[in-house]
Every structure is written in structure tokens, then in C-alpha cells.
Design a protein around this ligand. Structure first.
Ligand SMILES: Cc1cc2nc3c(=O)[nH]c(=O)nc-3n(C[C@H](O)[C@H](O)[C@H](O)COP(=O)(O)O)c2cc1C
Length: 557
């Protein structure tokens, strides 16, 4: 006894709304109660989609229920509203069941039991539905009544079943050939069977996994996951399959011999002409070597980056260490020479004049007084230099202080110059002072300004050939004064010029031994800046240098 016969029989004896549908949902047969409840004549229902009668707000929920029934083989009640022939909506609740069908080319159909909500007889009638779902083959207990209707039912079924398009044999053969010769593993799973078993795998799948076709057909393909079933990609796969959608995932799979391989799996749903999911086609590619080399490359890159970082840190550390060692050495050397250098000029002056005074009794009282004055001033300057040497640390920490008073900068410059007397014999240089002002009041620390000028003049002498003039220019503007010390010496190389004010930096002059601490200019710079002024230098190799000191007349605190 087939489904049509059973249905006709149940239809005859029940007062329930029972309907038969294709997998796509189209009506195949309806019970008498359906006709009377909905008000449509049979010909307006058969081969129609129930969705065309359902309230538009309820279509989605019914479709979901439909998909769930097909994909999961699970039946659930669904509530919705159906528009009757007279335009009224009936509130319904349906329960579907997927059953085998020998008549339907797809092998399945859906039987729907529908209850009109508020129907008190619902509980009583549900038993009939379960009876229905067990329908199969001939039944000896088939009633005479049923037999008399069989002919009509068969006719109705064939008349209302939609034809399934088939490919020509040739087309099928070509497709089969293509699939068989593909290098990708191709699988086909039957979505109409419980647990979607594989119904076909191609030779490439056998090669890829090590499983023979006869070992896998009839099984769900999850066996390739072994115990590794907790993969995030599987969640994506499951969700897509629930919605009957295509999906691409990368899975950890295991061959028959237990070897891990990375499977890029592309799943494509296959639907029948009514849009019902019937099969899934899987295309599997072993991308292990890609994944491994990608992983290896990123691992190597990571290692390389780490090693590079480590090397860079080490190198920086070494460089810093070497630099600090160099600095310490330089500091030590320069400190010694700095001390002697800074002391040399005033000491030479003190010793020279003291010696003259000691040896020469013929010196006039006036000259003697002048010499003593110079000795006294240079002694004081020495003390100040010692102080400055100690001050370097204070300068560095920004704790250096000035003893400011109002002075005549013209006199200060002259005082500084007086420490250098021109002596042709001694290869010194004539100092030429140029100014338009006889007196310029300047708020400053006299000794500090003298210290700066002495330093600049000493440098100018040091780097000038004998007898070359050193020009000192003093000019004033409303708020500032400019002191320029220009020599015609060897000049400073452009590579050095930006460093001459750095602590311990000493310009190297190959072939010449020029003394210096490397502290003079940094101290000078700092002292001038403490006065709110600036110091700069312009120089041309072979043509000498010019140091320009600019000072505000009044120090702004
Ligand atoms: C056609 C088809 C091919 C499949 N191929 C594979 C595969 O190669 N490897 C794999 O791990 N899962 C594959 N699957 C997925 C599993 O069969 C299964 O659907 C998945 O593990 C999720 O279901 P489960 O949570 O019930 O295991 C395939 C599924 C289909 C429908």
C-alpha cells in the first residue's frame, strides 16, 4: 500500500486537516477537512505552494520550520495564519513529518497535520498522524473503502507531482568523467537521509584520505575529524548547513593512517526544481603544505624579527657602552689637558710678570703697579676658572649662578684683551679693537664675560698664524650688544662646526698639536645663555673663524 492509498484512506475516515506535500512544500493531496476549512476547491490547492496562502508575517517562521524538518529530520509544531477563500485568516498549528515515498522520484515527501487553534478535538486526533507516518507498502488490513478510492488517488498523485528534470546520459557521463579525474576530493552527501551520509566519493578523495569508497559510503563525513571535533571552523560549517547555505572552511582532518592534514572544504547545496535541499556537494583540498609553509614562514619571520631585535638591542647597548667608555676616557684626558690649558694663560701671565718684577729692579713704580695689577687680576681669574671647572657640573645640572652688576662692556673687552700682549718675538697676534662706543652699560657677571672673552681670544690666537690680526668688534643696538672676534686662522671644518659647543668636543687638526680642553666653548655658550644671550660661529677653512656673542644690555630674569 503506497502513501497515496493510505492518505485517501485516512482522509476518508478522519475529520482532521491532513495534507501531503513535495519536499519543496507544494500540495500533493489534502484531506476533506482541509477543503472545507480553507474554502478553496481542490484544483486551487493542488500543486500550489502553501506559502501563497500564508500570512506574510508568518512565512519566515513556516519556512524555517520546513528547512529544519528537511535538514534535521526533526518535526516541530509551528503556528501561523492561513488566508481562507473568503478572505478570513485561520490560526493554524502544523506538525510535519518527512516520510519515505516510493512514488516520489526524490524518495521523500512531507505529511502535515494541521490543527485549527482552539479546536478542542486536537489532542484526540493527533494519533491519526502518527498512524500516517508509518505508512508503507501494502497492508492486508486495507479497508474495502480505501481500495475503491485507490484508482482516483493514484491518478491525483501522478497528475499533481512535478516532473524532475534529468540530464541526458551523455551529459551525465561527461560530468562523471570530470569528477573522477579531478584532483580535488569530491563528495556527495544525501541530505534526505538521516545524518547526511556520503553517497559518493571520487578517486581523489580516496587518495587524499586513504579511505576506499566502500569504507565511507553510507557514513557521515565527520569520521575524518577523528576526536578533533571541537574546531571553530566546524561551528561555521554547522551553522551554514543548518541554513542550507554554501560554505568554505579549513578543517583539521585525519587520514586513515592517522596523519593530520588540513582540509579546505567547500560545501555547495544542491536543490531540486522546487528549491528543496536534496544533496550537498563537498570539494576537499589538502592544503597542508600551504599551511605548513605559511606557518613555517611566519615562524621564521618571527624568529628573524626577534633575532634582529635582539641583535639591534645588543648592538645599541655595545655602542652605548663603547660611547660611554670613549666619553669617560676622553673626559679623563680632556680634564687633565683642560685644567692645564685653562690655567696656562693666567698662570703664564702671573709667572711672567712676577718673574720680571723679581729679576728687574729697574722697573718703574708705575709699571710695577701695573704688573702687580695684572698678576692680581690673573690670580683672581684663576680662582674663578677653578670655580668654573667645578661649575661645569653645576652648569650641566642647570644650577649655575651669575653675580650680576652693571658694568661697562667696553672696559670689560679691553680688560680681557689686556691679558694678551702682542710680542712679535713670541709669535703672538696683534689684537685690534673696533667700537664706536666709549662706554656701554651692561648688566652682567663681569668675570664670566671675561672668561668667555679670554676663551674666545685664546682660541683665536691658537688657530691663527703668528702676526695675523685678530679683530674684536663691539657694537651696540638699543637693547643688545654684539661682540665679534674674528681671526684669519685655519678655520673650522663644516663637519665640526655644529659640535664646537659640545662638551669635550675638540676639533682635530691633523699635523698640528693644538691644546684645548673642549670645555671652553661649552662653558662660554652656557655662560652667554645664562645672560640671555647667544653665541655662534661662522667659519671658512683657510680663511678663519668669527665668533659672535650677542648679549642683552639688561638680563631678563
Ligand atoms: C558533502 C559533505 C562533505 C563533507 N566533507 C567533510 C570533510 O571532508 N571533512 C570533515 O571534517 N567534514 C566534512 N563534512 C562535514 C561533516 O560531515 C559534518 O557535517 C560536520 O562535522 C558537522 O556536523 P556534526 O556536528 O554533526 O559533526 C562534510 C559534509 C558534507 C555534507
Amino acid at each position: 500500500m503506497n502513501n497515496v492509498e493510505w492518505f485517501d484512506f485516512i482522509s476518508e475516515v478522519t475529520d482532521d486537516i491532513i495534507t501531503r506535500h513535495t519536499l519543496g512544500g507544494l500540495f500533493l493531496q489534502v484531506s476533506r477537512k482541509a477543503i472545507t476549512s480553507f474554502g478553496y476547491p481542490l484544483e486551487e490547492i493542488i500543486s500550489q505552494s502553501p506559502y501563497s496562502f500564508i500570512h506574510e508575517d508568518d512565512i519566515a517562521v513556516v519556512k524555517n520550520n520546513h528547512t529544519f524538518l528537511i535538514n534535521e529530520r526533526k518535526s516541530e509544531w509551528v503556528k501561523y495564519r492561513l488566508k481562507c477563500k473568503n478572505g478570513d485568516y485561520l490560526s493554524l498549528q502544523s506538525y510535519g513529518k518527512l516520510i519515505h515515498s516510493t512514488l516520489d522520484p526524490l524518495g521523500y515527501e512531507i505529511i502535515l497535520y494541521t490543527k485549527i487553534l482552539d479546536d478542542d478535538d486536537f489532542e484526540k486526533n493527533i494519533g491519526d498522524v502518527f498512524q500516517m507516518t508509518r505508512m508503507s507498502g501494502d497492508d492486508e488490513t486495507l479497508s474495502q473503502k480505501y481500495k475503491s478510492q485507490k484508482k482516483r488517488a493514484d491518478k491525483s498523485f501522478h497528475h499533481h507531482t512535478l516532473p524532475i528534470p534529468y540530464n541526458t546520459e551523455e551529459e551525465i557521463r561527461i560530468l562523471y568523467r570530470a569528477i573522477n579525474s579531478s584532483t580535488n576530493g569530491i563528495t556527495v552527501a544525501d541530505c534526505r537521509q538521516p545524518d547526511m551520509p556520503l553517497m559518493y566519493v571520487n578517486p581523489a578523495f580516496e587518495v587524499m584520505t586513504g579511505y576506499a569508497i566502500e569504507e565511507v559510503v553510507g557514513k557521515n563525513c565527520r569520521f575524518l575529524q577523528g576526536k578533533d571535533t571541537d574546531q571553530p571552523s566546524l561551528e561555521i560549517l554547522r551553522r551554514a548547513m543548518l541554513m542550507a547555505e554554501p560554505v568554505v572552511v579549513i578543517l583539521r582532518n585525519y587520514k586513515k593512517d592517522g596523519t593530520l592534514f588540513w582540509n579546505k572544504l567547500e560545501l555547495a547545496p544542491v536543490r531540486d526544481s522546487e528549491g528543496v535541499l536534496t544533496h550537498y556537494i563537498g570539494i576537499a583540498s589538502d592544503i597542508s603544505s600551504e599551511v605548513i609553509s605559511r606557518n613555517q614562514i611566519s615562524e621564521l619571520n618571527l624568529m628573524l624579527a626577534e633575532t634582529n631585535d635582539q641583535l639591534r638591542i645588543e648592538r645599541d647597548r655595545e655602542r652605548e657602552y663603547a660611547k660611554s667608555l670613549e666619553k669617560i676616557n676622553e673626559l679623563k684626558d680632556d680634564f687633565v689637558s683642560s685644567v692645564s690649558h685653562e690655567f696656562r694663560t693666567p698662570l703664564a701671565s702671573i709667572i711672567g710678570f712676577a718673574q720680571t718684577l723679581l729679576k728687574d729692579n729697574t722697573i718703574s713704580e708705575q709699571l710695577r703697579e701695573k704688573f702687580l695689577h695684572i698678576i692680581f687680576n690673573d690670580g683672581k681669574r684663576l680662582a674663578r676658572i677653578v670655580e668654573d671647572m667645578l661649575d661645569i657640573a653645576r652648569i650641566e645640572s642647570g644650577k649655575s649662578t651669575l653675580f650680576k652688576e652693571t658694568h661697562d662692556i667696553v672696559a670689560i673687552v679691553k680688560d680681557a684683551m689686556s691679558a694678551f700682549t702682542y710680542d712679535k718675538e713670541k709669535n703672538t697676534n696683534p689684537l685690534i679693537f673696533k667700537t664706536n662706543s666709549s662706554i656701554i652699560a651692561l648688566e652682567c657677571d663681569r668675570d664670566k664675560i671675561i672668561q668667555v672673552l679670554l676663551n674666545l681670544l685664546t682660541n683665536a690666537q691658537k688657530f691663527s698664524p703668528p702676526d695675523e690680526e685678530i679683530i674684536i668688534t663691539l657694537a651696540e643696538e638699543e637693547e643688545i650688544v654684539h661682540i665679534k672676534i674674528k681671526d684669519n686662522g685655519i678655520g673650522i671644518h663644516t663637519d665640526d662646526i655644529h659640535h664646537v659647543f659640545e662638551k669635550f668636543y675638540r676639533v682635530k687638526h691633523p699635523g698640528q698639536e693644538i691644546r684645548g680642553t673642549g670645555l671652553g666653548l661649552p662653558i662660554a655658550k652656557n655662560l652667554i645663555e645664562l645672560h640671555g644671550g647667544t653665541i655662534s660661529v661662522v667659519s671658512t677653512i683657510g680663511h678663519g673663524s668669527e665668533f659672535i656673542v650677542t648679549l642683552p644690555k639688561r638680563v631678563h630674569e
